[in-house]
Design a protein around this ligand. Sequence first.
Ligand code: SAH
Length: 397
Amino acid sequence: MKSAGFCPTFHKLEGYFSSRKFITLRCRPKRSSDGKITAVIPRQHLLALTGPELVSFIGELGEPAFRARQVFAALHHRRLRSFEEMTDLPKELRAKLDSVATPSTLNIESRYLSADGTRRYLMKTHDGLPVETVFIPEERRDTICFSSQSGCPLQCSFCLTAQLGLLRSLTPGEIVEQVIVALNDAYGVGQKPQHGTNLVGMGAGEPFLAFESLMKALSIIADPNGLHIVPNRVTVSTAGIVPRIRELATVSERPHLAVSLGAPTDEQRNVLMPINRKWPLAELLGACKEFERSLKRGERFTFEYVMLRDVNDSDEHARQLANLLNRHELRVKVNLIPHNAAEPLPYHPSSRGRVESFKSILEAKGLPAFVRRPRGQDIFAACGQLAARREANPAQV
Ligand code: SAH
């Protein structure tokens, strides 16, 4: 690993990643009879295919369905990231596959380990864009936080990812691959997770602006013959893309929903989260109500509220927030997230006392409120800190 300031602890954790080469060729050339390149055909990212799609893809290569099942297991169950490792497949088939498809496209550039055990992976897409994923170990279960976009278009003023702007939305394969990378690193290639794994779509980007990719990725991730992480284990967070909240309300197999509020009034939310100018609070909470009505047993729906010192954390803000949610008859759990430092942004986390006072006002007005413990702050892995930072804070590692 080459980058200056790279966390030395990671050298010790270095496993199979070190052997992975930079992926530069994602396309195969199509040649005319005299050997000239006439077109470039992108290779199919196999992780973007559902089981049945893989059967057709492999069928088109003249191979029987059982080969597709073998490949699916190799990709999603054994979590292999190269055809060379799939030694149960005939060599010729591996060569054939390699000419038209790829089992992995993300290149792991660096990994950072937090003092609290959180790991952050900084990867590059085949076209050179940053993708970040975070693995958060917990006592009874582990959580993988994946990104849905490279960068983000939403410009929330308290979030570092916003500074990247939108580079592009990620493909279903790139979302699935993040989970595979994190699982392999945390447990070993193909090893069964020691705990249950939860997923949260709270990394870089706005998942509901990558809705199709997201939903397809989640269906692939849920496959019992593969990763088998079902939607009930997944929570997706949105800044408030109203049409997609309404759409999700009609979907039966769906992840849990979290909606980021960040401010109790349109006036303030317009500034902190400019998406509010497109879908103001009344519209957003109307869609939330519709979603709440569609909830089935066991489904969770939460609000998130980032707490910015002296900006949105006063008792008055708490009362406004509680009244707003009560007006819309939304007795939904509120997660309070103390702001994670995101220099050069001009915000600071609210003090403990302030957070507690805010929380008790919400509770007194009938809203269950919880304070989220930040994880991985020292390696820029916490909420709102993902901005493709290459340095870690060595003092805390
Ligand atoms: N775009 C989606 C998902 C990514 S952000 C969304 O906005 O919900 C995930 C959560 O982190 C959101 O609730 C967001 O408000 C919060 N967040 C963003 N920047 C933060 C920061 N610097 N500190 C704490 N939370 C932050």
